[in-house]
Write a protein that binds this ligand. Structure first.
Ligand code: PMT
Length: 327
């Protein structure tokens, strides 16, 4: 029985490896892959022995926002995955506060670190003309703008924040692979915090129409292929010593914890953060091999968020993991 199971799982693994390989082979190449690799190399080198610090900083890759699936090569239409980017942006701020350097792999035009308290719509509400016709910040936003500029500039100036944008599933997975392979040298000091909402289905690049699909020919029939889950290859090959946290989003609370536990075991994650769409800003559950840990926003504080206690807990767990790996 055991040997049957073993060969079954070997076959599944082989199929997945082939799917992953063919995904990357058929993917349109990144525009500036060499440039991204250089930035990552410099960022990791800098944070391995930052000036004035006795030891290197831990580095976390925070993924954030939804990936898109283009329906045409010269893309006019696409399928999107929901994510405002708030989770990743807020978490990035708390990781930096905890002493980490952050590679922020984020969807273009989603929420950015340190900008959460600025108005999105319209952004120009922040500014006004003074008597000399110069531009000044509206007094009601001055504290938020001051904080955003100060904290953001400090994070960048200290070399703690590297932002890498993506839009499509093709860009996201290629970037994730490059980042993971660059972070491999950090061993257990690296962390992956995979909060991005990643497409499960896509149209392979070669099957896409080059030009805008015409509506004159009636209803549209399209076959979507499954995006291979990259979590197991991330754990096994790209960054085998890194501390890996994935997320599980469901809209049905009855299946949430069970699905998170399945992901924990199947992909050998160190932890899975389970969240429900409607309550995701109030509470999450960290699912681990040693039981579940509920984490709540502190409701007694008006501007509190759930990312603060979540990141504090994960930083603590990561420290224990690093200590274990060092002994
Ligand atoms: O951005 P906000 O509005 O603040 O919302 C935050 C969030 C709800 C998006 C976030 O907390 C969250 O739950 N993100 C993961 C959502 C998701 O896509 O879940 P999933 O069940 O599809 O994927 C689970 C994990 O597998 C994810 O960590 C994902 O990175 C990974 N995955 C998914 C698909 C795929 N083909 N490959 C993957 O590696």
């Amino acid at each position: 029985m055991d040997s049957v199971n073993a060969s079954e799982s070997e076959t599944q693994q082989l199929t997945l490896d082939v799917e992953i390989e063919s995904f990357f082979e058929s993917t349109p190449p990144l525009k500036d892959s060499a440039g991204v690799q250089k930035k990552l190399h410099d960022f990791i080198k800098f944070n391995s022995s930052p000036p004035g610090c006795e030891s290197g900083r831990r580095v976390v890759c925070v993924t954030c926002g939804g990936t898109t699936v283009p329906l045409e090569q010269r893309c006019v239409r696409y399928i999107d995955n929901f994510s405002s980017g708030h989770r990743g942006a807020a978490s990035t701020e708390y990781f930096i506060k905890a002493g980490y350097a952050v590679v922020y792999l984020h969807r273009r035009e989603t929420c950015q670190p340190y900008c959460r308290y600025l108005p999105e719509d319209p952004f120009l509400e922040c500014f006004e003309f003074n008597k000399e016709s110069s531009i000044q910040v509206q007094p009601s936003y001055s504290e938020a703008v001051r904080r955003a500029i100060g904290d953001h500039h400090a994070a960048v100036a200290e070399g703690r924040l590297l932002k890498i944008p993506f839009t499509t599933i093709f860009e996201y997975l290629q970037m994730l692979r490059i980042i993971a392979m660059s972070m491999k040298v950090l061993g257990s000091h690296a962390m992956f915090y995979l909060a991005a909402a990643v497409s499960d289905f896509y149209v392979p690049w070669k099957s896409l129409a080059e030009h805008k699909i015409q509506s004159a020919s009636g209803s549209l029939d399209m076959q979507l292929a499954q995006v291979p889950k990259m979590l197991s290859v991330l754990r096994k090959e790209w960054a085998p010593l890194a501390f890996c946290i994935s997320f599980k989003l469901e809209t049905d609370s009855k299946i949430l914890l069970e699905k998170a536990d399945m992901a924990l075991k199947k992909y050998k994650m160190h932890m899975v953060v389970a969240n429900e769409l409607l309550t995701r800003k109030e509470e999450v559950t960290i699912v681990t091999n040693n039981g579940n840990i509920p984490v709540h926003r502190d409701k007694t504080q008006p501007c509190s968020d759930v990312e603060q206690p979540l990141v504090e807990l994960l930083v603590h767990k990561h420290s224990a993991y690093v200590d274990d790996s060092d002994t």
